[in-house]
Design a protein around this ligand. Structure first.
Ligand code: GBH
Length: 462
C-alpha cells in the first residue's frame, strides 16, 4: 500500500507456484559418472566452432556433486518449486532397454533433498540431451525415437511417479527440431529442413506416447509439455507484413499449439512448407495421440517477434524458420539483453493472452523467463544486477496483468537458478539468479536473487 492509502500492490494468487528452473546438461557436469553415456550435446560441443570458446558441459556447475548446496540456495530464496530435467543418458544409457539404477539414484538423492526442504519438484523428461546412440539410429527425424522416449518416460515415472506431482515431457520441441535439424545451431547440428519437420512430428508424438505411458501407471498424474512461444506482430498493417507475421506465428507457435490442443496441423503452415514435406510421416491415430488431454502447459518466454515482409535480398541461411527464411526480424528498437534479444514484457502478456484466447482452457505456467546480462563480481564481492531485477519486475507485472485479464496462469519459474552452460554460447552468457564462479564453483546470489526472494515472501510486487 502506498502512503496515499490507495491499493497499489500487485498481489498474486495465494497458491501461485513460485519457482526457478534449470536443465540437466546445463548444470550437472559429471558427464561420465555412474554409467552416463554421451548425449548429442557431448558430441556436438566437441565439434570445432560449434560452441563459443569451445566450452562443453563436462563440468558445468558440477551440480551432480553440489546439489545439496544448490538446494540450500533454493531454500534460502524461499522457492516453492524447482523445475529441473532428467538426463536420459544417465537413466537409460543405451537409449533403450533396462534402466541404469546408478543414474536414477542421483535423481533420488536430489528429490530427497528438494522435497526434504519442502520444495515441490517439477520434472522435465527431456531438455535436449538425447542419447547419442539414438541420434546414430536416426535421431528425432526417425519415428522410432518417439517410441524410445515413451519407454524412457515409463522408467522415470515408474521410479518417481509416487513422489513427483508435476511432469513435463519435452522442453521446447521447436528448439530441438529447428535449431537441431534445420539451422544446425544446436546438437546434433544438422541442416535438413525435411528432417526438421519430421522431427517436429516425432517429438510431439513422443510427447503423446509418453503422456499415455505415464497415465497408464497413474491415471491421475499431472502431465504437460513446455513450449517456447512468442506473440508475433507485423511491422506495419501492410498485407505483406501481415502475411510475414502469419508465417512466423505459424512455424513458431501454431505448428505446436494446434496439434497439441486442437488435434490438427495448421493448414496454412502445411501449405507454406509443402515444397519441403508432404507430412507423409503422419500416420493414422497420431494426432489423437498428440492431442491427448494435458493437465498443464508450460510457456517459456524471452522475447517477441516483430517481423516484416521479405525485401528481396533472399533467405537468411541461419534462419530457424522453414519456408520463412526470408522474413525479416526487425524488432521494436527496445533495449536488448546480452543475448541481443529485445526486452518486451508486454509480449509476455500478449503471448499468454494469445494462448488463452485461441485454445481450449488449460492451466498455464511460465516455466522459463529471464535474461542474460554481463554480470561481474564487484569490489565488495557481491554481484549487483539491476537490469535483471528490472526484467523480472516488468515481466512479473505482465503475468499479473494476464491473471487479472482471466488467463489461468498458475505459476512462474525464473530462468535460471544458476549461471550455466548456455548451449551454443557456452559459459559466456549468464542467466542465473545466482552467479557461478567457474574457477572455484563458488555460488554468489545476485541482487536479483534477493529481489525474487522478497517477491516470493510477500507474494506481491511493490
Ligand atoms: C531456453 O530456450 C532454454 O529452454 C534454456 O535451456 C536456455 O538456457 C534459455 O532459453 C536461454 O536461452 O533466437 O534471436 O530468434 C529459449 C529459446 C530463445 C528461442 C529466444 C527463440 C528468439 C530469439 N528461445 N529465441 S532469436
Amino acid at each position: 500500500q502506498s502512503d496515499t492509502g490507495l491499493e497499489t500492490a500487485v498481489r498474486f494468487p495465494a497458491d501461485f507456484l513460485w519457482g526457478a528452473a534449470t536443465a540437466s546438461y546445463q548444470i550437472e557436469g559429471a558427464a561420465t559418472a555412474d554409467g552416463r553415456s554421451p548425449s548429442i550435446w557431448d558430441v556436438f560441443s566437441r565439434r570445432p566452432g560449434a560452441i563459443v570458446n569451445g566450452d562443453t558441459g563436462d563440468e558445468a556447475c558440477d551440480h551432480y556433486h553440489r546439489y545439496r548446496e544448490d538446494v540450500g540456495i533454493m531454500s534460502s530464496l524461499g522457492l516453492r518449486s524447482y523445475r529441473f530435467s532428467v538426463a536420459w543418458p544417465r537413466v537409460q544409457p543405451d537409449g533403450r532397454g533396462p534402466a541404469n539404477q546408478a543414474g536414477l539414484d542421483f535423481y533420488k538423492r536430489l528429490l530427497d533433498e528438494v522435497q526434504g526442504a519442502g520444495i515441490e519438484p517439477m520434472l522435465t523428461l527431456y531438455h535436449w540431451d538425447l542419447p547419442q546412440v539414438l541420434e546414430d539410429a536416426g535421431g528425432w527425424p526417425a519415428r522410432d525415437t518417439a517410441e524410445r522416449f515413451a519407454d524412457y518416460a515409463a522408467i522415470v515415472h515408474g521410479a518417481f511417479g509416487d513422489r513427483v506431482r508435476y511432469w513435463t515431457t519435452l522442453n521446447e520441441p521447436w528448439v530441438s527440431a529447428m535449431l537441431g535439424y534445420h539451422n544446425g545451431a544446436h546438437a546434433p547440428g544438422r541442416r535438413e529442413p525435411a528432417a526438421a519437420l519430421a522431427s517436429v512430428h516425432h517429438l510431439l508424438l513422443g510427447h503423446g506416447l509418453a503422456t499415455a505411458a505415464i497415465r497408464s501407471q497413474n491415471e491421475s498424474a499431472t502431465v504437460g509439455i513446455t513450449l517456447n512461444l512468442a506473440a508475433t506482430s507485423p511491422a506495419t498493417d501492410a498485407a505483406a507484413d501481415l502475411d510475414a507475421a502469419r508465417r512466423i506465428d505459424g512455424v513458431a507457435n501454431r505448428l505446436y499449439l494446434d496439434p497439441l490442443l486442437l488435434g490438427t496441423y495448421p493448414e496454412d503452415v502445411v501449405r507454406d512448407v509443402a515444397a519441403i514435406t508432404d507430412f507423409g510421416f503422419v500416420q493414422d491415430g497420431d494426432l489423437a495421440t498428440i492431442s491427448t488431454k494435458i493437465d498443464m502447459l508450460g510457456i517459456n518466454y524471452y522475447t517477441t517477434n516483430v517481423v516484416a515482409a521479405p525485401n528481396g535480398n533472399g533467405p537468411d541461411a541461419g534462419s530457424p524458420h522453414p519456408a520463412a527464411e526470408d522474413v525479416r526480424h526487425i524488432g521494436r528498437g527496445a533495449p536488448k539483453t546480452a543475448m541481443g534479444w529485445e526486452i518486451d514484457p508486454d509480449g509476455l502478456f500478449q503471448t499468454l493472452k494469445m494462448v488463452s484466447d485461441n485454445y481450449p482452457s488449460v492451466p498455464l505456467y511460465v516455466t522459463e523467463n529471464g535474461a542474460a546480462f554481463d554480470d561481474e563480481i564487484g569490489p565488495d564481492g557481491t554481484v549487483d544486477d539491476p537490469e535483471r531485477v528490472a526484467y523480472f519486475d516488468s515481466h512479473l507485472r505482465a503475468c499479473h496483468r494476464a491473471i487479472e485479464a482471466g488467463v489461468p496462469l498458475r505459476g512462474y519459474f525464473a530462468w535460471s537458478l544458476l549461471d550455466n552452460f548456455e548451449w551454443a554460447f557456452g559459459y559466456d552468457k549468464r542467466f542465473g539468479l545466482v552467479f557461478v564462479d567457474y574457477r572455484t564453483q563458488r555460488r554468489i546470489p545476485k541482487s536479483s536473487a534477493r529481489f525474487y526472494a522478497d517477491v516470493i515472501a510477500r507474494n506481491e510486487l511493490w
